[in-house]
Design a protein around this ligand. Structure first.
Ligand SMILES: Cc1ncc(COP(=O)(O)O)c(C=O)c1O
Length: 220
């Protein structure tokens, strides 16, 4: 069994699912993809990185969460009949946990309907915002990692400096993820910017402005 994330949350890069599914085919292996960070945001149908590479029919199970693009709580597994039956009877987290509360299920369902009906437009806006942010930060000379997604990590390096920059940004109206060891290798601390489709142009511009100030202030 090959278990991978579709989109990796610390670097913003995709698993090469075209190569991985080909390899799995050669070795008769099952492929399970965690699309937590990509479901709703990546691929022509918004189904994630397997959708992006056009290999959904070669993936045996997609694991996802309602807590990121969908803005709710709970998780799901998309799979075929054989695996589904085993999971229903054998997965402790399924057999021994409560299901979603009705309000939570309603919120998840409403989000799924939005993805289905307006996903194309939302993803186009997301792509536009991502391009704007990446171009702006690159032009400002920040050390961007080579992301292929809406997860835009800015490499800072030193752990203490990473936390200091993040706190300074928070004090100046910008919330970014703070990734330090052991979440990422030692000395590779980074700020994780999560761009969304609902960020306005003004908000994206403010982010670039503040990070440019931070670059000068902290010699990033
Ligand atoms: C790759 C991955 N899978 C699963 C999850 C779990 O999601 P949840 O917080 O909804 O349990 C996360 C959360 O960040 C994640 O990064």
């Amino acid at each position: 069994m090959i278990l991978v994330d579709g989109l990796y949350s610390a670097d913003g890069d995709f698993a090469p699912l075209d190569e991985i599914t080909a390899l799995a085919g050669e070795h008769d292996a099952l492929v399970v993809v965690d699309e937590a960070h990509s479901f709703g945001a990546i691929g022509p149908n918004g189904l994630g990185v397997a959708d992006h590479f056009g290999v959904l029919d070669r993936v045996h199970a997609v694991v996802g969460t309602m807590s990121k693009a969908l803005g709710s709580v709970g998780g799901f597994v998309l799979t075929g009949k054989g695996l589904e039956r085993e999971l229903r009877y054998l997965a402790p987290s399924y057999t021994s946990s409560r299901g979603s509360a009705p309000g939570v299920a309603g919120a998840s369902l409403a989000s799924l309907q939005l993805v289905e009906e307006h996903g194309g437009d939302l993803r186009a806006r997301l792509d536009h915002n991502v391009r704007f942010v990446i171009d702006g930060l690159t032009e400002a000379g920040l050390n961007l990692m080579r992301t292929t997604s809406h997860i835009v990590p800015v490499l800072v390096g030193d752990e203490h400096k990473t936390v200091a920059v993040s706190n300074w940004l928070m004090d100046h109206g910008i919330f970014v993820g703070t990734f330090v060891h052991p979440h990422v290798p030692s000395g590779e601390g980074r700020l994780r910017i999560g761009v969304t489709s609902t960020h306005t142009q003004a908000e994206c511009a403010l982010l670039v402005e503040r990070l440019t100030e931070a670059r000068n202030k902290f010699s990033l």
